[in-house]
Design a protein around this ligand. Structure first.
Ligand code: GLU
Length: 480
């Protein structure tokens, strides 16, 4: 049988990292097995529905380049793929289930249901309407009494299944409730719709979060009542914020689009979240989507939660940034130059080569180019370098000599600067390292810069380099 998996988000306005990981694992599993990947929109809970959320799902899947075989936009032979458009299907199957004995009409009103609440605030439906006779039911239906359809759960016995990650899961039927399957407005609940859709859409493997691990036996009772074969289940471990807390929408930073806005590459995010709950057999961590497809296996999925580690995601992102072709780097970097101090002032291309190997996310750019415009009073301790035996007094000598060297350059360029500084250092008997270190500080007044003396000087140009060295010489003299 052809493997078919589905991603079934509820359009609640967010593409949380956890949702995206579910989509990814479903996608990887399908592709690894030569199967199909389906997108289904689960919008039966109208109260949680957020305008624009469906578009957000499409946009995200496009951004991460998952190829969807069937979906509301791509169509397919098992459509419609939006649950709110499948109302009549659920109604038909709910009524069929009543005939099969797996469900029953319930006419209880709100007051009666509330009266079932015990002293601890818990409520469990008491199967009251299951006892109604055929005639009583018909009379109520004829009179137009509103009803819901409830699942008829056996009063005793165990219901079990084997999850491909968590193994055997057993639930005592006595702990389950006769949940509503079809609401009085004819809308299905998730409990019902997921079963009907997974069956009718020929889904072979259901991949979803562990929050559904213990309700799955209940869904399997529905398959049993219909006489259907349930799909295989792959429940995924939670993603944690730290050892105690689950990552959740409350922490805004777990939102996919926020990471994109922060300058992460979609391919790096995908690579990172693939590792959040799964590990390949070898030691490799950097894997593009094709490699992930090739290596993905259910055995590598862990049972315990994984902590979301942005530092690691940044590191992976930096590896992907280094690999970009220069054109794509320039395109992606441009908006960040545009919102930095250098906006509109220079030809940005001159920083690209330098920055591509030095940033972890694109949002690092404004900070890295700050030195171009921001320069002024700074601490002399910036000149200290233990290993090089450098400090402000060495710096003063170095800067004065460097000034002379630069003045002597007729055709200014990085190479010319590099040569001139090396030569000058030799001439005055200073270590080249001391010279370069001091000049870098003298030119930028910054502890961290996106390059060394030669690169910084090259970017600033001859005139501005000389001006800055002048300033720094005076600064050292006034503070020493
Ligand atoms: N609509 C459910 C959710 O977003 C999907 C659960 C499932 O995959 O069955 O949590």
């Amino acid at each position: 049988m052809k493997v078919r998996t589905r991603f079934a988000p509820s359009p609640t306005g967010f593409m949380h990292i956890g949702n995206l990981r579910t989509a990814l694992y479903s996608y990887l599993f399908a592709r690894h097995n030569g199967g199909e990947f389906i997108l289904r929109i689960e919008d039966t809970d109208r109260e949680r529905y957020v305008e624009g959320a469906v578009d957000l799902v499409y946009r995200t899947l496009e951004t991460v380049k998952f190829k969807v075989d069937e979906s509301p936009v791509h169509g397919g032979e098992y459509g419609p793929y939006v649950q709110s458009e499948r109302k009549s299907i659920y109604s038909e199957y709910a009524h069929k289930l009543v005939e099969l004995g797996g469900a029953y009409y319930c006419f209880c009103d709100k007051e009666r249901l509330e009266s079932l609440t015990d002293e601890n605030g818990n409520r469990k439906y008491d199967k009251h309407c299951l006892k109604l006779s055929k005639e009583e039911i018909q009379a109520k239906l004829d009179a137009g009494v509103p009803y819901v359809i409830r699942q008829n759960i056996p009063e005793s016995g165990m219901t079990s299944y084997t999850d491909l990650v968590y193994g055997q899961i057993d639930v005592d039927c006595a702990d389950l409730e006769d949940n509503v399957l079809l609401k009085s407005d004819g809308m299905p609940t998730y409990n019902f719709a997921n079963v009907i859709d997974d069956h009718l859409m020929n889904i072979t493997h259901v991949t979803r979060g562990t929050e559904y691990l213990s309700s799955t036996p209940k869904y399997n009772l529905l398959y049993k009542s219909f006489g259907w074969e349930p799909p295989k289940y792959i429940h995924l471990p939670p993603i944690m914020k730290d050892a105690q807390r689950k990552l959740s929408k409350r922490y805004g930073d777990a939102n996919f689009e926020d990471f994109i806005a922060k300058g992460y590459l979609p391919e790096a995010i995908v690579n990172y979240i693939a590792l959040l709950g799964w590990s390949p057999k070898g030691e490799v961590e950097k894997m593009d989507i094709d490699t992930l497809i090739e290596l993905f296996d259910v055995d590598g999925i862990s049972k315990s939660g994984s902590i979301f580690d942005e530092v690691k995601m940044k590191w992976l992102n930096s590896l992907y940034i280094k690999e970009l072709d220069s054109e794509r780097f320039a395109t992606l970097a441009k908006p960040w130059y545009d919102q930095s101090v250098v906006a509109g002032k220079y030809d940005y291309t001159k920083w690209n080569a330098l920055l591509q190997s030095r940033i972890e996310t694109f949002s690092d750019i404004p900070e890295k180019v700050k030195f171009m415009e921001e320069f002024g009073d700074y601490e002399l301790s910036l000149y200290d370098h233990k290993k090089l035996k450098a400090d402000a007094s060495v710096g003063l000598v170095a800067l004065k000599a460097a000034k002379e060297a630069i003045e002597g350059i007729a055709d200014f360029s990085e190479e010319a600067l590099s040569e001139a500084l090396a030569q000058k250092a030799e001439e005055i008997g200073m270590k080249k390292g001391q010279m370069l270190w001091s000049v870098r500080v003298g030119l930028t007044g910054a502890a961290v810069t996106p390059g060394g003396a030669v690169e910084m000087g090259g970017l600033l140009g001859k005139e501005r380099s000389l001006e800055r060295l002048d300033y720094s010489i005076k600064l050292i003299e006034s503070k020493l």
